[in-house]
Design a protein around this ligand. Structure first.
Ligand SMILES: Nc1ncnc2c1ncn2[C@@H]1O[C@H](COP(=O)(O)OP(=O)(O)O)[C@@H](O)[C@H]1O
Ligand SMILES: [Mg+2]
Length: 332
């Protein structure tokens, strides 16, 4: 039996744009809906990928779940406990970690790698002696293939390659034995040749320790390779969510289909029928009454511009944000 780790319901993060056009005209602050009603759940040890173009709200969703940005609305239940609005987040912070795209942002350039990796243990008083701390650091570095650990102990981030730095950052998160790691494009700045090693390292930690990942990527083929579930995001909203196979083999939403059309699949020659969506992604601050995708949808209908769709469950766990699904299910 799988055990539920995380339940996100109707999560919203709105940013008030300070001196926006609307404000200067009407005295009303312009609101940017970075995350606008995101819901999903994650079991222990599961991997869910959030996939979408730049600006679709992936990073903000992860930060909102980890309580790193103010949440406008909705609920985040972690290990059975509501996290939104909780005053003391110290236990939650140990169990839910974030890995960033650029480890330069998260690693203190003046610290030694051993201190970076071991610091969370000291801060959270998870070890009582220096020997115990050093042993845990040695283990973590070995798991991250930064071996022999002694060679990395007194090095600083700039003395490591990009891939080694990301391994150190991941080791520093995993040393806390978290239940959840939100990994925000963790390999997209790295050479293709070293990506696989880092992904394998993360997957091995899942297999060994049951850590669940919220994996953020714009790369649908990578998501397909590693995920149990995939959620396709557009303008702060999940367009379609389901098992990796539901999304890649049985996509229903026109946006998912468009992403699949341009996804390189090993062994598959592209047919030349590539359908690339026309138009630009509108800004998340523009006022959209109906479906978030209606401005770019090739099948747009009258209702799409008026009313926001509800999620239609087309098969267990496979949900689609699209009015056309309703018609399809009603026709049956
Ligand atoms: N702190 C912030 N203040 C104002 N707008 C923000 C802030 N963070 C993100 N945004 C906006 O929210 C939207 C979603 O951003 P983000 O979550 O970073 O998307 P993604 O990770 O998918 O590229 C974008 O329009 C972005 O400009
Ligand atoms: Mg991002």
């Amino acid at each position: 039996m799988s055990e539920k780790l995380l339940e996100v319901k109707d999560l919203k993060v709105y940013f008030e744009m300070k001196k926006g056009f609307a404000q200067s005209l009407f005295g009303k602050p312009e609101v940017l809906k970075a995350v606008d009603g995101v819901s999903f759940s994650l079991d222990k040890g599961e991997i869910l990928s959030l996939v979408g173009e730049s600006g679709s709200g992936k990073t903000t969703t992860a930060k909102a779940i980890l309580q790193l940005v103010p949440v406008t609305g909705g609920s985040v239940v972690f290990n059975g406990e509501e996290i939104v609005g909780k005053k003391d987040l110290s236990e939650f912070r140990k169990k839910a970690q974030m890995i960033y795209q650029d480890p330069y942002q998260s690693l203190n350039p003046r610290q030694y790698i051993s201190d970076i990796v071991g610091e969370p243990l000291m801060v959270n008083e998870l070890v009582s002696t220096i020997e115990e701390r050093d042993e845990r650091i040695r283990e973590a570095l070995e798991e991250a293939a930064l071996v022999p650990p002694e060679d990395y102990w007194f090095r600083r981030p700039f003395e490591l390659s990009g891939g080694q730095r990301q391994r150190a950052a991941i080791a520093g998160s995993l040393i806390m034995k978290p239940d959840l790691v939100a990994a925000d494009e963790p390999v997209s700045m790295l050479d293709a040749s070293i990506r696989t090693g880092i992904i394998d390292f993360m997957l091995k930690e899942r297999d060994l320790k049951g850590v669940a990942y919220l994996f953020i990527t714009h790369d649908l083929s990578l998501a397909w390779l590693i995920s149990d579930k995939i959620a396709i995001m557009y303008l702060g909203k999940i367009m379609e969510i389901g098992s990796a196979a539901d999304i890649v083999k049985n996509a229903k939403h026109p946006y998912t289909k468009a992403l699949l059309d341009i996804m390189p699949i090993p062994g598959k020659t592209l047919t030349g029928k590539r359908k690339i969506l026309e138009g630009e992604t509108p800004n998340a601050s523009s006022e959209i009454r109906g479906c978030k995708f209606c401005g770019r949808c090739p099948y747009v209908m009258g209702i799409c511009k008026e009313t926001e769709p509800e999620y239609i469950e087309v098969s267990p766990g496979h949900q689609v944000y699209c009015h056309r699904m309703k018609e399809e299910t009603e026709d049956e």
